[in-house]
Design a protein around this ligand. Structure first.
Ligand code: ADP
Ligand code: MG
Length: 284
């Protein structure tokens, strides 16, 4: 399906002539493992340049962390992927298909989205919240029930929580439900916007390590937003550092802690000692 859509897009670019020498097409073929590809992407609102000239590829199965201080453009970058926001210049491609040309419903069907305050429906039970997307997809009741049960187990929640309402859960449990809901229809891509940001340190630590284990099993393509360097080092296969709407550098965790880049070094200084062991632990 993806390949068919992709060929059609290439045809649009080449005016339907199917030119084999089209340089865009050649680049696509070389990047076949880039699931998400930002090509010179900018986003401007009035006079505010929110994102400027972003070039970034997210490879299949990796956990790319967008790291940066508040207001650096991390959330906007995530929203450019599922087209909650459209670039004012440049192009975002998902599986080779430019977002502007593809079908937005189909795009979002392949993307799970987890946000800090989860966004669970308060008047829906846990089961109904988790089963939301499968229901929209037209799954039958029994299949949804079985999937909900499987997901509760996957994220470490007892089966009897299925009939509770979000207000009857702890913050950590709600966050787990948020992850379960995002995974419900088995999307290829997961976007996570500071998913553990509001949790107490112990719960946060536990969810980070469980998420890391889960990701090793599921191998989703994940874009994970945080302002916490320790979290980035622990969970990221690569860390993309953002500052004032620009991408500063993209580095593997161990490279990041040793980087001489002034912005990366400032981040490392601010977070203090012991970071190398965090980065090494995640690499092992
Ligand atoms: P982060 O998630 O890193 O904190 P955001 O992507 O939410 O950053 O926002 C980056 C900057 O762009 C912020 O200063 C924010 O106020 C600004 N911004 C984002 N969206 C808009 C908008 N629609 N209109 C005006 N400013 C915006
Ligand atoms: Mg944000």
């Amino acid at each position: 399906m993806q390949i068919v859509g992709f060929e059609r897009q290439s045809d649009i670019r080449t005016g339907g002539l199917g030119l084999a020498g089209d340089s865009g097409m050649l680049a696509d073929m070389q990047d076949e493992t880039a699931v998400i590809d930002f090509q010179d992407v900018s986003y401007r609102v009035g006079d505010t340049q929110v994102i400027a000239g972003l070039n970034l590829k997210v490879m299949r199965g990796e956990t790319l962390v967008l790291l940066g201080r508040s207001g650096s453009g991390k959330t906007t970058t995530l929203k450019l992927i599922n087209r909650l926001v459209a670039p004012t210049a440049g192009e975002v491609r998902v599986n080779g298909v430019p977002n502007a040309k593809g079908d937005v419903t189909r795009l979002r069907r392949g993307i799970g989205y987890v946000i800090q305050d989860v966004g669970l429906f308060p008047h829906f039970t846990v089961a109904r919240n988790i089963g939301l997307v499968p229901k929209i997809e037209g799954w039958n009741k029994e299949r949804i029930r079985a999937r909900v049960e499987e997901l509760l187990q996957l994220v470490g929640l007892a089966p009897e929580l299925a009939e509770r309402y979000p207000r009857q859960l702890s913050g950590g449990q709600r966050q787990r439900v948020g992850v379960a809901r995002a995974l419900a229809a088995d999307p290829e891509i997961l976007l996570m916007d500071e998913p553990f940001g509001a949790l107490d340190p112990l719960t946060r630590d536990q969810l980070q390590s469980e998420f890391h284990a889960l990701q090793c099993r599921l191998n989703k393509t994940v874009v994970f937003v945080t302002h916490d360097l320790r979290e980035a080092l622990r969970l990221g296969s690569r860390i993309a550092l953002m500052e004032a709407g620009k991408l500063v550098t993209v580095l593997a965790p161990l490279e990041f802690v040793k980087s001489t880049d002034p912005w990366a070094a400032a981040y490392v200084r601010a977070f203090g000692d012991g970071l190398e062991s965090v980065a090494k632990r995640s690499a092992s």
